[in-house]
Design a protein around this ligand. Structure first.
Ligand code: OXD
Ligand code: MN
Length: 589
């Protein structure tokens, strides 16, 4: 399908390694994808759902041992361990190639080899980058067809160039002990074996658009971030765009698609979604920071998505969607997951493929990390700039984690370097998006801990340098925490659509329209500047949300000091200085 010699050589090399039955180039045509869906239904990889209720929708069940990202089996394979840094698993590239090629050898025997040319970002945009993924899984092909822009036109745009990312995925036999997700940022290569879970195998997503792209961004002067992008439209004003970084499973999709509370709707506020997971950010011609969403779809967590938490996401899943690991309602051949509604099906199959009575069973019908893969164009509030090849200008960057205590609902950094510090000290409770314990607090700087493709100390420096390049035009940086709990363990803040009330304060600060209080950790709102109209929130609850417990912050500063030690001389001096300043403000001698 291409005369590109670099691609053809690599395809031949991989063909000789994996030994497929047949090679199939994915041209992106509807007919080809339709045929693949049919084939996947025939071999039980997919179940075709009720086409009246859910047109174009399918259900997939993964193997029970393959339901989330595997951070402990994810490697950055660079010439030296220092390049990968202390927060990544590292493997010597030669060793990694040998190990993974050994596993991949002959693993396509009797299977087809699908070659997917894809673009991250609008095809042809100077922001965009191209990848080729080879896979033996139709599920992967169909998911990539939703999540990225695929097909022949991508190859035509690439022409003879060698500027593309190689990605090989082999399902093998899903052996956890032989599961490896290896990245070779110095070679623009990704190898993924023994998994079929999205985050491990849709190679355009976490592997390319974050790990490889963050490495590329460092050398080329831009940022690849684990961020949503949204536009806020206020009456008689231009749309303001913001980015927000939260760890996996902390509500990026919900915030990106939020529905304004009634009092805001009445005033004419609207939200426009540009992206829910990944942002590529560059300095634009006007000197401001501009962002694109490199993806073309949503790979969202199904469990917990409902009319109240995220109606726009729910609507996005009503057609042309692949559901993974949700419950199958046999009565009407539709899907169900926990908290979708209060009416679980009795006659159903759970995510493990077992008969399940949702009205009686104590077990869950869907896996907590069950997913929907939906085209972005299904989103009722998709921004008109979604496909804009220049992206959108960013006025504010928000960091946030899931913290029961310590972090207040919102605070603003004093300046860019302090903002980078605020991002670097982020901690959050772990969620079901990755294997391992859930609810454990860990440092997750900029929500990039599992996704930064190089030394995080250098990554912090790159952020500091971006601030220098942007100068006065740099966006303001904020931190939010929707998850603070009261003494009984209940969330104090209602969250979801009401988060717009906090975004509103942030916009006011960006426009210098609202005063703030200076505190040891940053600028904070006065209670009266948070719009609580129509909310059932007492003054004392608001105080709790904005409270700064100095003792907890002293502990936080000590933990940050320990965390920073990991980076040794790679930690930029600017962050050391910020830590000293924080300690001074907290009166730590
Ligand atoms: C995701 C994740 O799937 O962060 O977006 O795990
Ligand atoms: Mn994510």
């Amino acid at each position: 399908m291409t005369h590109n010699i670099h691609i053809n050589n690599w395809v031949n090399q991989i063909k000789n390694l994996v030994n497929p039955n047949k090679i199939i180039w994915i041209d992106g045509s509807e007919m080809q994808l339709e045929n693949l869906k049919q084939e996947a239904c025939q071999n039980n990889e997919l179940i075709k759902l009720n086409q009246d209720k859910l047109p174009g929708c399918y259900l997939h069940r993964s193997s029970a041992n393959d339901v989330a990202r595997v951070e402990d089996r994810t490697f950055i394979c660079t010439k030296s361990k220092e390049i990968a840094g202390p927060t990544n698993n590292w493997m010597d590239p030669k060793e990694a190639y040998n190990l993974v090629y050994d596993i991949a050898k002959d693993s396509y025997k009797g299977k087809n080899m699908y070659i997917i040319p894809y673009s991250m970002g609008p095809i042809g945009s100077k922001f965009s980058k191209i990848g080729i993924e080879i896979t033996d899984s139709i599920y992967v092909v169909l998911n990539m067809a939703i999540m990225t822009r695929i097909g022949k036109k991508v190859l035509d745009t690439l022409g003879e160039s060698n500027d593309w990312v190689r990605g090989l995925h082999c399902s093998c036999n899903l052996d956890e002990e032989k599961r490896y997700i290896c990245h070779f940022p110095e070679d623009n290569t990704i190898l993924s074996v023994n998994s079929c879970y999205g985050g491990n195998v849709l190679l355009g997503k976490k592997c390319f658009a974050l790990r490889i792209a963050s490495f590329q961004g460092q050398t080329e002067g831009w940022l690849a971030e684990h961020m949503l992008i949204l536009g806020i439209q206020r009456p008689n004003k231009d749309i303001i765009y913001i980015c927000a970084a939260f760890p996996s499973g902390c509500g990026k999709t919900n915030l990106a698609m939020l529905i304004p509370p009634k009092v805001y709707q009445e005033k004419g506020y609207k939200i426009w979604c540009v992206g829910d997971d990944i942002a590529w950010l560059r300095k634009g011609k006007d000197g401001r920071l501009w962002a694109i969403n490199p993806e073309n779809g949503f790979f969202g967590v199904a469990s917990g998505t409902n009319e109240n938490s995220n109606l726009n996401a729910l609507k996005s899943t009503r057609k042309d969607t692949i559901f993974t690991n949700v419950a199958h309602n046999l009565d009407d051949n539709t899907v169900w997951w926990e908290d979708l509604d209060k009416n679980p099906p009795s006659n159903a199959i759970n995510w493990k493929g077992e008969k399940w009575d949702g009205k009686r069973s104590n077990e869950k019908g869907a896996h907590p990390n069950s997913r929907f893969t939906s085209p972005a164009k299904n989103c009722p509030i998709l921004s008109e700039n979604f496909n804009n090849e220049n992206g959108v200008p960013i006025s504010a960057i928000i960091f946030g984690g899931r913290r029961k205590q310590t972090t207040p609902i919102v605070y603003e950094s004093f300046d860019w370097n302090h903002g980078v510090f605020v991002g670097s000290i982020m901690s959050s409770e772990t969620t079901a998006a990755a294997t391992g314990a859930v609810g454990v607090i860990r440092h997750d700087p900029m929500a990039m801990l599992p996704f930064c493709g190089y030394n995080m100390g250098k990554y912090f420096k790159h952020w500091i340098d971006m601030g220098k390049t942007l100068g006065e035009k740099a966006p303001k940086i904020f931190n939010v925490n929707w998850f603070r709990t009261d003494k009984n363990g209940n969330f104090i803040w209602p969250g979801f659509g009401d988060n717009l009330r906090i975004l509103d304060w942030i916009l006011g600060r960006c426009e210098d329209k609202i005063q703030s209080k200076k505190t040891p950790i940053g600028y904070m709102p006065f209670n009266q500047d948070i719009n609580t109209d129509g909310l059932n929130l007492s003054e004392s609850e608001l105080n709790e949300l904005t409270e700064i417990d100095i003792d907890l912050w002293k502990k936080e500063a000590e933990e940050t000091e320990q965390f920073y030690k990991k980076f040794g001389s790679n930690l930029p001096k600017e962050l050391d200085e910020q830590l000293v300043l924080l300690k001074q403000r907290l009166n730590i001698s």
